[in-house]
Design a protein around this ligand. Structure first.
Ligand code: NAP
Length: 280
């Protein structure tokens, strides 16, 4: 089974759009998303363009605040302060990576936790790991929703997460623990990754290494979610050798068309959730 992330994301956006129409008549306002984009990173520019496009499609007010690469940190922090106090803005996102002279931690921590649509603020990270309501980072949330389309009950499954970044691996761990999975988190220093993967019912690959995960790493019937986006001479590929692994996995996400579209749809879902929290 190929998990069609594009279709699942499109269905989620349609649901959000309907919800926003209802909210507009109830509150006479719509969720607002501000994206801060610093510099000219080509990948960041594409991500932001897509975020803006889909936000508009579902009826979210959206604005992109663009700064040149050399902008000073103080100006960015002042802008965030202004957005924190702006009633029409429910969610603030600062597109990463940031230029080296800007302190990522200070920037993330300056966003009000209730407007932190990326779920990167320590308050949200803490809430997620304590099992409390929080903004959940968009990519792991997307992976989780894709998994749930394959298997409603994940309880007791053994999940292997490859990669321990704050963006992907760590929040994914929390989401799967909440579902009563037994979770093993692996990384570049893990001794025998193949052996770890061989015993997994669920594999989440978030590494950034093209085709790292091979067919003989997969237990028959496992579910494989590929977060990786790697540019190669033959186009964009994931961290999983899709052609081979799809022969043994019960379900697998393609790259592109798997996790990627869900990341943006989950950002829109988070913006709506922030709006609901601040209006309830
Ligand atoms: P990251 O911060 O670079 O983290 C990569 C992780 O992989 C690290 O924990 C690293 O271990 C681990 N790793 C590296 N080589 C390994 C190996 N040979 N075996 C096992 N683990 C290894 O990356 P990230 O931001 O999480 O992104 C991961 C991938 O997801 C990238 O391809 C990125 O482009 C993609 N991505 C996709 C989306 C989407 O929407 N689909 C969103 C975000 C990111 P150490 O901690 O030991 O260094």
């Amino acid at each position: 089974m190929i998990i069609d992330g594009s279709k699942i994301a499109s269905d989620l956006r349609a649901k959000l759009q309907k919800n926003i129409i209802e909210l507009r008549s109830k509150y006479n306002s719509v969720p607002g998303l501000s994206v801060i984009l610093i510099g000219d990173n080509p990948a960041s520019k594409i991500y932001v363009k897509n975020k803006e496009k889909f936000a508009k499609e579902v009826g979210i007010f959206s604005e992109v605040i663009r700064y040149p690469e050399k902008i000073d940190e103080k100006t960015v922090l002042e802008k965030i302060k202004e957005l924190n106090n702006d009633k029409k803005i429910s969610g603030i996102l600062v597109q990463l990576p940031l230029p080296n002279h800007i302190n990522k931690r200070r920037v993330i921590e300056s966003i009000l936790p209730e407007k932190d649509v990326d779920g990167f603020h320590p308050v949200n990270v803490g809430n997620l790991s304590s099992g409390y309501e929080s903004s959940i980072p968009c990519t792991p949330l997307g992976c989780y929703l894709l998994l749930k389309t394959v298997e409603k009950d994940l309880s007791g499954k053994h999940a292997i997460i490859i990669g321990r970044s704050n963006l992907n691996g760590k929040p994914m761990t929390q989401l799967l623990l909440k579902e009563n999975c037994t979770v093993t988190i692996t990384h570049s220093k893990t001794k025998d990754l193949k052996k770890e993967c061989n015993r997994a019912d669920i594999i989440i690959a978030a590494v950034g290494k093209p085709n790292l995960v091979k067919k003989d790493w997969i237990k028959k019937g496992a579910i494989v979610i590929d977060v990786g986006i790697n540019k190669t001479g033959s186009g964009i590929v994931g961290d999983v050798d899709f052609k081979e692994v799809s022969q043994v996995a019960k379900a697998i996400t393609p790259v592109p068309g798997g996790v990627g579209p869900m990341t943006i749809a989950c950002l829109l879902q988070n913006t709506l959730a922030c709006f609901k929290r601040t209006n309830s």
